[in-house]
Design a protein around this ligand. Structure first.
Ligand SMILES: [Cu+2]
Length: 434
């Protein structure tokens, strides 16, 4: 077991650690229900804590040199976006559960209380540990019965982005949200200091419009795609100051969908997986990183371009919400007298989609949707309605900011926004529009 001195020796210093702890509390997008860290905890926190948009980190306590955590697997209701309440399972009242954060070399003791209506167990995905701590029900341990608390205990011998999730009745429990991140910071500070470090868990859900309970039995019919348990526009932006070095840790514990996550305005390097840090020579530039089921990917870039940059899954169906996918293709269809005739039976009938579906998000919102559902919802933007939902968020980079709260919409320097071309401009450049 590590001594407290070992833990304290694991980073850059107590004073810096204390400052970082406090900064993270201020930066959090939602109140984090933790007691303020004790002097011991502050002293042992010499790393840049992860910022969890819409989420939380798990509080811990130093007891005789070990970091002690407590997870409770339980059922609760979570709002994915205003208008969509979902009955989920997860840890400590949220899905994904709070991020477990520790430092390489730490000895961790994690108590898991089961308040689910069936047994559970926790697997520590990617973490090197004794076999009996690996959490596969039946193989490595007895399942944790409802109402009981089990103890997991191991020493962290690696650093990187890992996960934890149920390993009992996996289809149901993971489909209901029983998962979270396990971030281990390196014992020696990284050569290039990360100044903004985000963690985003990607999840998929099957929730029929008007219902609130995810259907965990579907194989492909997922219709709600979340980042940290929220769909756009409820996803909190990722805010950084111009010039800061940013890391985004992505994880995917969905059932079947891989997510190509795309950044606008930047390229990045893929710097880590749930196997650990990728050596510099093995990193290549990308603008889209595929995050397959059962993996994590870390990406890093220097935020040198101010603006509001989209950050989203590039599967176009994954930035939609509970729309029907089996509907007829109406593109180019001339409805003729169809509307008049059908309206005699269904007064509110309207044929839609003949010119495309770009305005349907706004229209369905105006027309009303079934109770507790968000068909195709996007959100208002600075220029017009943003017709994307689901796995979509915004990276907001601003010059000189000291608060990382949502800074509002980007104010573009004059002359830097796409605008209608004037006749004189077209003439001058020899463009003929017929
Ligand atoms: Cu996707």
């Amino acid at each position: 077991m590590l001594s407290r001195r070992d833990v304290l020796a694991s980073g850059v210093g107590a004073v810096a650690g204390a400052a970082l702890w406090r900064a993270d509390r201020v930066q959090a997008q939602e109140p984090i229900a933790v007691t303020p860290p004790t002097a011991d905890e502050r002293a042992a926190g010499p790393y840049m804590p992860v910022t969890v948009p819409n989420g939380a980190t798990l509080p811990w306590r130093l007891v005789n040199g070990a970091k002690v955590y407590h997870l409770t697997a339980e059922a609760f209701t979570q709002e994915f976006a205003p208008g969509l309440q979902v009955d989920c399972w997860g840890y400590n009242g949220r899905t994904p559960g709070p991020v477990i954060e520790a430092v390489e070399g730490d000895h961790v003791r994690i108590y898991v209380t089961n308040r689910l209506p069936e047994p559970t167990s926790v697997h520590w995905h990617g973490i090197v540990l004794p076999n009996g701590m690996d959490g596969v029900s039946g193989l490595n341990q007895r399942p944790i019965p409802t109402g009981q608390t089990f103890r997991y205990e191991f020493t962290l011998r690696q650093s990187g982005t890992y996960m934890y999730h149920s390993h009992y009745d996996e289809m149901v429990q993971m489909g209901m949200g029983v998962m979270g991140f396990f971030v281990i910071h390196p014992r020696t500070p990284e050569p290039q200091r990360i100044e903004r470090d985000f963690a985003i868990m990607l999840s998929e859900w099957a929730i029929k419009p008007g219902t609130r309970k995810p259907d965990t039995t579907v194989m492909n019919d997922f219709n709600v795609l979340t980042m940290n348990g929220k769909v756009f526009p409820a996803t909190a932006p990722l805010v950084a100051r111009t010039g800061q070095r940013v890391r985004i840790r992505l994880g995917n514990l969905g059932a079947t969908s891989h997510h190509p996550i795309h950044i606008h305005g930047y390229n990045f390097k893929i710097t880590g997986t749930d196997g650990g840090r990728i050596p510099d020579a093995g990193q290549w530039p990308e603008t889209t990183v595929l995050v397959p089921v059962g993996t994590t990917r870390d990406i890093e870039f220097v935020a040198d371009a101010p603006g509001d940059w989209a950050f989203h899954c590039h599967m176009t169906h994954h930035t939609m919400n509970q729309m029907g996918h089996g509907i007829p293709n109406m593109l180019g269809v001339k409805p003729g007298r169809l509307d008049n005739e059908v309206q005699q039976l269904l007064p509110e009938y309207m044929t839609m989609g003949q010119t495309g579906m770009g305005n349907m998000a706004e229209m369905t919102e105006a027309m009303g949707v079934p109770r507790n559902s968000i068909p195709m919802l996007g959100g208002p933007g600075p220029f017009s309605y943003i017709d994307m939902g689901g796995m979509f968020t915004i990276i907001k980079i601003r010059d000189g900011i000291t608060s990382f709260d949502d800074p509002g919409w980007y104010r573009h320097p004059p002359g830097t926004v796409a605008e209608p071309a004037s006749a004189a401009e077209l003439r001058a450049d020899g463009i003929k529009v017929t």
